[in-house]
Design a protein around this ligand. Structure first.
Ligand code: SAM
Length: 281
């Protein structure tokens, strides 16, 4: 690329392909190499490793992923971008572009025997489903370094007092940390809001079995079904159980029935689940 900036590269590629960024596909391309360098540093990829990129787009991040020597499997839904990517990056031997909607992919099938990391500037309209796809998968990544909206990063990293179903859904599976905040000016086109890169490291040992996990989230969804209400009410309403049956369960789990779902810690949810497990369908 010589002295060409990332912004110039992006515009040159878009012009050559005769296309514009597709808003509906969450196409906000990274045009700041410093942010890409931070992502690469956080992912700490080795040549022997496999990395999954969701939405390589024009290939700004992909190019740096390829340079680490790791095996890159990039899933891109946009046919024009997917078809043109290998050539645009000089047909690297360690790049495989898979022209598919990531949400319709059997990840385990694509990654059979290999441990893998996920590194991506996510399409924001499907941030949660993509995170769930990987964290709830039988074949989980060893690490995820992902760009999300700053507000979503804060939601995911929330502490008791501000917990949500999304925070619980991520923190139940792994440790989350902030890599860096990213200004909206680092993208083309610039989105309205700032972003953040976060790192999720899934626990080596699962907290719950997959069967229990499904039941656990029936309970959690019920708990969060009425924003800011005392937990007794949403549990009773959503689980279709009389309050008088729920009170003793909360008491056994040492959870005051007047507390809100947002205030419970992961350990408290797990304790509550251990007392509810038998009664959940
Ligand atoms: N990685 C590039 C970058 O950082 O500049 C592009 C990131 S852009 C935020 C998101 C990318 O995800 C776009 O290229 C978009 O076409 C792609 N995408 C959107 N929905 C997708 C889906 N369901 N499956 C795979 N890729 C998708």
């Amino acid at each position: 690329m010589g002295a060409e900036t990332l912004s110039e590269f992006t515009h040159r590629r878009l012009n050559a392909l005769g296309i514009r960024p597709r808003k509906g596909l969450g196409q906000n391309f990274l045009i700041d190499q410093k942010i890409i360098d931070r992502i690469i540093e956080a992912a700490d990829l080795k040549e022997s490793e496999t990395v999954v990129e969701v939405g390589p787009g024009i290939g700004a991040l992909t190019r740096s992923l390829v340079q680490t020597g790791a095996k890159v499997k990039a899933f891109e839904i946009d046919e024009i971008l997917a078809d043109s990517l290998p050539e645009a990056l000089g047909n690297p031997a360690n790049l495989e572009v898979i022209k598919k909607n990531i949400l319709e992919c059997d990840i385990a099938g694509y990654l059979a025997e290999t441990p893998y990391k996920v590194v991506a500037n996510l399409p924001y309209y499907i941030t949660s489903p993509i995170i769930r796809l990987f964290l709830e998968n039988a074949k989980k990544p060893t690490e995820m370094v992902i760009m999300v909206q700053h507000e979503v990063a804060q939601t995911i990293m929330a502490k008791p007092g501000d917990m949500s179903l999304l925070a619980l859904g991520v923190q139940m599976y792994g440790n989350v940390s902030l890599v860096t905040k990213v200004s909206h000016g680092c993208f083309y086109p610039a989105p309205k809001v700032d972003s953040a890169v976060i790192k999720i490291v899934p626990y080596e040992k699962e907290v719950l079995s997959s069967g229990d996990s499904a039941k656990f989230f029936v309970l959690a969804r019920a708990g969060f079904s009425m924003a800011r209400k005392q937990i007794l009410n949403p549990l009773s309403h959503s689980l279709d159980m009389p309050k008088d049956d729920i009170r003793p369960i909360l008491e056994a789990a040492k959870i005051d029935p007047t507390r809100r779902a947002e205030t419970l810690s992961i350990d408290e949810w797990l304790e509550l689940f251990s007392h509810f497990k038998g009664v959940l369908k």
